[in-house]
Ligand binder design. Sequence first.
Ligand SMILES: O=P(O)(O)OC[C@H]1O[C@](O)(CO)[C@@H](O)[C@@H]1O
Length: 533
Amino acid sequence: MVIRLTETKAWKDLESHANQMKSASIRELFANEGRAKALSVEAEGVFADFSKQRLNEETIGLLVTLAREMSVPAKIEAMFSGAELNPTEGRAVLHVALRAPSDAVIEVDGENVIPGVHAVLARMRDFSRRIRSGAWKGHTGKPIRNVVNIGIGGSDLGPVMAYEALKHFSDRELTFRFVSNVDATDFYEATYDLDPAETLFIVASKTFTTQETMTNAQSARRWLVQTLGESAVDKHFVALSTNRVGVEAFGIDPENMFEFWDWVGGRYSMTSAIGLSTMIAIGPENFDEMLGGFHAMDTHFRRTPLEENLPVLMALVGIWNTNFLDAKAQAILPYEQYLKRFPAYLQQLVMESNGKRVTLDGEAVDYRTCPVFFGEPGTNGQHSFYQLIHQGTEFIPCDFIGFLKPTHDFSNHHPQLLANMLAQAEALAFGKTEDEVREEGVRQWVAHRVFEGNRGSTTILLDELTPAALGKLVSLYEHMVFVQGVIWNIGSFDQWGVQLGKVLASKILPELEGAPLGPHDASTRALIERFRG
Ligand SMILES: O=P(O)(O)OC[C@H]1O[C@](O)(CO)[C@@H](O)[C@@H]1O
């Protein structure tokens, strides 16, 4: 039986509750001193304080009931059991299997996938060690010094985010570059100063058909071959893919292919073979620690009651802000420079997953789904868009992410960084009233100096940015996305919304190169003609 979200009892209860809470103020809610403790949860070393959100314990109770009514516990179990949770593509959703221990058993169509996962990991470890030690020689006998990952979407954003996040753990003797855009500038800038004889290209593509990646990979091949000759390809190209036939057709030796499977979604693939560049950068031991972090949060998610389940609570607070307090966007604000690509990574993870307007049954939803995710590392964001977050007309819930220990401990930088983070969350929640402005002696432009406050945020604190911590953080958001998709009853694991543009681009491409124009609207036709000159 199809459960309609807006017809559940919990949804209706939340609507009435929201009517009261819309007029509640976070200042008043804090009259309850126990609130900070009661609305904070710690799991696997990740501490999350939800007390600065505009909600109370009753809100959480109602949201948890909603999660139960929408069968979240059963869906969690279904995911870990290899059920077909991606029905529009006929696939299981098993990124959790990529970081499960070797003695785990997770079956897809009656076959345990874990031995295959660990066999690929073993090959990745061996290959990474050979690159890092210099044992793997390029075509001319020189060791590899440069690694260029070619991929886009999930085949780029996870690797580049993880490389930047864990740079402190990476082999600084090696240079890492990431090419994604079909704009030739991306390829040029990544390669113009590299020696082909010392360069390894990793072609990362689940399908091995993505236009941008194939174009960049062909350019990389020409770049290499024009200096070293055709026979150099074997020593300078490896592929990460599910498509063996496509890899062979490109001319990459299947021996140099690291496999993954169709039950790994592109945006959930950074712990699959797609993580090869990460493993080469930080070494197999650190990569294993990262997998351990993922697995710890996966296990917490699977085993913990909803009330204390961190990914579930993150998801529910997001639902509360989006569906009951009308938030249309959410800011991701890491106070950690190494997480500078984390907002970009989350943009794909969250919006490609839950940016959907029909339910799994194909009916238009009658509620809001995924908000716009965006962000910048602190404190840069403060000097950019925080003005709108504090005083604009939109309510933008924020996730502040900080680490207690700095990676680099120079003078008083870290206390300054964290002071800024805590201050922003405090200012958003409590604001500054007109009276408070006047008490400071201000007589002019008073209204401009007022902060209405009551703008909710979550503060997430971890001890230190280690590979394990990164794994926990990413897993936390992956499962948050999953729970929200279950509650909204949408297909979080397909991405039909990217298809139409791809198809139209393939029709326009020959037209830009001179083929007769097909049927287009007057605007597109005129723009094509302008390009053709
Ligand atoms: O790894 P592939 O198959 O090249 O796909 C790249 C990306 O393209 C998409 O299919 C659409 O943007 C993403 O989901 C995926 O991460």
